[in-house]
Design a protein around this ligand. Structure first.
Ligand code: NAP
Length: 505
């Protein structure tokens, strides 16, 4: 397993539940939590309700708020690691540097920051929000002040009284701006594209509610079911009838008008694309913060830095002491892909140079026994990623069962035709969706304009599509007889094992 965020920890729990214990979780950082460990910026919280944004197998009756903050989500993941006995499997500070498929031995040879390993199966759960993206801005290196990314917040830097520039208006920036506005001397927001923002109905979960969920767990399940059901019903508007979303735009405009009284500013903040095309943002304090006297919105992207002066694409110049990039992550160019070399010697990045594609979001052709959690086209526009992750865990569990059933040493490699057929189906459904037809550019789309991130359907459809591994979609690989019996290869049935290379030789 690579990564110990929701995906990696979830996969670890699932393997244990399948009776598989010979595995490790390789984590590059010094603690678990993935994106919820890395994103500690002020105001960081989840915009999916907590009772839905948690594992179905690890309900948390103690969520403090309807939309709980980063600290609580991170603590939840730490608890999952403890409760499910995952600690002995976790290898912290083990960044995966490279991995290569050995076709003779039918295993992966992995090089990490702490030495080598071999693994029969690799589950890559590095997630789409793990590597921050800072745009290549001319002159940035010469900026004399402080510069950091939202996912690498410098808590030692005091923003009080400073002239702060925030770059970007995505889900991260709109949480940051209201949190730092009261302390910044002056805050300038560089908005390349305005987002659609709806109010966030955040509130403390009462003690009575928490008691109820602890005492009668079924009530927590019902709450989750309701939150899930509402979002399932919304999907058809996103994927089939984007025009129906016009009504939601009216609600978003009203939300803005409540705080932004100046028509010129409202015009500047109003998107010109269909709501939902980019992720709909939820915040009740973003517009009030923009209306504060110490905040200025530059309706243009940051183009250049000249000394302490930030120059926008429209020529606006702003002096700043600190620049905070809320400019997102390497999503469609998944960085781990450059480190994975498959059966024919090509890297996953090369395989995906025209766009990511994987059978049922999990298996790329030519990369046997390698699965991605939150792989291509498994993202969501309006619901909880944990639902998608759990579907992928079902698929992983069946993958492991199938390998065991095959017996001997075997590996499964997705057939190119099956990957292409799956991808064709996904992409043709994508055409009508709001993400592709809504008139915006977003991180859902790759450099070629192809949407390789979002699942164009309901979470239940994806659940059904990933219930079982269809062996007809895979080629079964067997180790050459001489190697299969040779030294250094584990005897007996297939397992999910990972062992220290040194220990096995
Ligand atoms: P993001 O959605 O990719 O937003 C990046 C922002 O940076 C965009 O507004 C983009 O503008 C802007 N940008 C890029 N280059 C720029 C430039 N030179 N000048 C000005 N602006 C520039 O990144 P994010 O906000 O970190 O969010 C990423 C994802 O993380 C979210 O979509 C969401 O899935 C997740 N997230 C979730 C939560 C949550 O509550 N669950 C919170 C935070 C993040 P354009 O729009 O013009 O490209």
């Amino acid at each position: 397993m690579i990564g110990s965020g929701f995906g990696g920890l979830g996969a670890a729990v699932r393997l244990r539940r399948e009776g598989i214990t010979d595995f490790v979780v390789l984590e590059r950082a010094g603690s678990v939590g993935g994106t919820w460990r890395d994103n500690s910026y002020p105001g960081c919280a989840c915009d999916v309700p907590s009772h839905l944004y948690s594992f179905s197998f690890a309900p948390n009756p103690e969520w403090p708020r309807t939309f709980s903050g980063q600290r609580h989500i991170r603590a939840y993941l730490e608890r999952v690691a403890d409760t499910f006995g995952l600690r002995p499997h976790i290898r912290l500070d083990h960044e995966v540097l490279s991995m290569r498929w050995n076709a003779d031995a039918l295993h992966w040879e992995i090089s990490t920051a702490r030495g080598g390993l071999t693994a029969d199966v690799v589950v890559s759960a590095t997630g789409p929000l793990s590597d921050p993206k800072i745009p290549d801005i001319p002159g940035l290196a010469g900026f004399p002040g402080k510069v950091f990314h939202s996912a690498r917040w410098d808590h030692g830097y005091d923003l009080r009284g400073k002239r702060v520039a925030v770059i970007g208006t995505g889900a991260s920036a709109i949480q940051i701006v209201p949190s730092i506005q009261p302390e910044a001397g002056a805050l300038t927001l560089f908005q390349r594209t305005p987002p659609w923002v709806l109010p966030r109905a955040d509130r403390a979960i009462t003690r009575a509610e928490r008691w109820l969920h602890s005492t009668f767990p079924a009530t927590g399940t019902m709450r989750r079911g309701l939150l899930w059901g509402i979002r399932e019903l919304q999907v058809s508007a996103f994927v089939k009838r984007p025009n129906e979303l016009g009504l939601v735009e009216t609600l978003a405009k009203r939300n803005m008008a409540r705080s932004i009284k100046d028509p010129a500013t409202r015009a500047k903040l109003t998107p010109d694309y269909r709501i939902g095309c980019k992720r709909i943002l939820l915040s009740s304090d973003y517009y009030p913060a923009l209306a504060a006297p110490n905040v200025d919105v530059v309706a243009s992207g940051l183009k250049e830095v000249r000394g302490a002066t930030l120059v926008a694409a429209d020529g606006t110049e702003t002096e700043a002491d600190a620049v905070i990039f809320g400019t997102g992550f390497h999503v469609t160019d998944m960085p781990i892909a450059e480190r994975v070399t498959g059966a024919d010697g090509t890297t996953l990045a090369e395989e995906w140079k025209d766009g990511m594609a994987a059978l049922r979001g999990a298996s790329a052709a030519g990369f046997p026994n390698f699965m991605t959690i939150i792989g291509p086209n498994t993202g969501l526009g309006n619901s909880s990623m944990i639902l998608m992750i759990e579907s992928q865990l079902n698929y992983l569990a069946d993958f492991m069962r199938q390998l065991t059933t095959l017996g001997g040493r075997a590996a499964l490699d997705a057939r190119p035709r099956a990957v292409a057929a799956w991808n064709h189906k996904v992409q043709s459904r994508m055409e009508r969706t709001v993400w592709n037809s809504g008139g915006c550019d977003s991180w859902y789309l790759d450099a070629n304009g192809r949407n390789t991130t979002v699942w164009p359907g309901t979470t239940s459809e994806f659940r059904r599509a990933t219930r079982h591994v269809d062996l007809a979609e895979y080629e079964v690989l067997r180790a050459p007889a001489r190697t299969a019996e040779g030294p250094g290869v584990r005897a007996g049935g297939m397992d999910a094992g990972v062992a220290d290379a040194g220990a096995r030789s």
